[in-house]
Write a protein that binds this ligand. Structure first.
Ligand SMILES: [Zn+2]
Ligand SMILES: [Zn+2]
Length: 221
């Protein structure tokens, strides 16, 4: 924004550009980046709080995220938008693969945008998803992602890092020496908890729900 040309003293040689707003310097080949510096990447208007600012106005960011989420949600109503390389499963085949057959679909909202209808996207089975849609009068998606069962695990390194974040510099490396011992304890703890399955979406496998002739999916186990 308001780009300043930087010329070596006594010559005409341009060695770089500076942003007129935050004075950040860019090399000679990046004039376009200097021009865009301190301008919102969404609306193109000046950002109010350089330097160290984010690349978008907060309001523009909200609008963009909402649009992205809406696009992701809508894709689930269109069979043509199933990812090309994904393995496509019928809901019964998927349910038959294992006892617990959770599915994942980007958060579904009721047409009224009711907060209660907002959802993290995980459903314990297809029937659970259908019940959610019925309750909030949302059309059932045409396809959803399959899930992988991933046992809950705790990461010793992450725990130690968090626990020492505010302490003196040596604390993290000192504590890190005991990471393998802590990991053993955490693994035993996770096993002893015997919590039900936990899941993660498998974006390479898709479960199709839209086929008209398909009878209702079996109930939750
Ligand atoms: Zn700038
Ligand atoms: Zn903006």
């Amino acid at each position: 924004m308001n780009t300043i040309k930087l010329v070596a003293e006594g010559t005409t040689e341009v060695y770089g550009y500076a942003c007129g707003a935050c004075q950040m310097i860019f090399n000679a080949s990046n004039r376009d980046i200097a021009d865009r510096c301190c301008l919102c990447t969404s609306c193109g208007k000046p950002l109010s709080d350089p330097p160290g600012h984010s690349s978008r106005h907060r309001e523009c960011d909200v609008v963009l995220r909402r649009a992205e989420r809406e696009r992701a949600r809508r894709a689930h109503y269109d069979l043509a938008q199933i990812p090309k390389d994904a393995e496509v499963l019928g809901q019964h085949d998927y349910a038959a693969q294992r006892l617990s057959a959770p599915v994942y679909c980007e958060a579904l909202l009721s047409p009224f945008g009711a907060m209660e209808a907002d959802h993290d996207g995980y459903f314990s089975c297809v029937s659970d998803l259908r019940a959610h849609c019925e309750r909030w009068e949302i059309a059932t998606p045409a396809w959803v992602f399959a899930c992988d069962v991933v046992p809950l695990a705790f990461d010793a390194e992450a725990v130690l890092e968090m626990s020492t974040a505010e302490l003196n510099e040596g604390a993290a490396s000192e504590a890190g020496l005991h990471a393998p011992d802590l990991q053993r304890v955490l693994d035993e703890f996770a096993k002893a908890m015997q919590i039900p399955d936990t899941w993660t979406p498998d974006f390479d496998r898709v479960v199709v729900l839209a086929t008209q002739a398909t009878p209702e999916a079996p109930g939750c186990p």
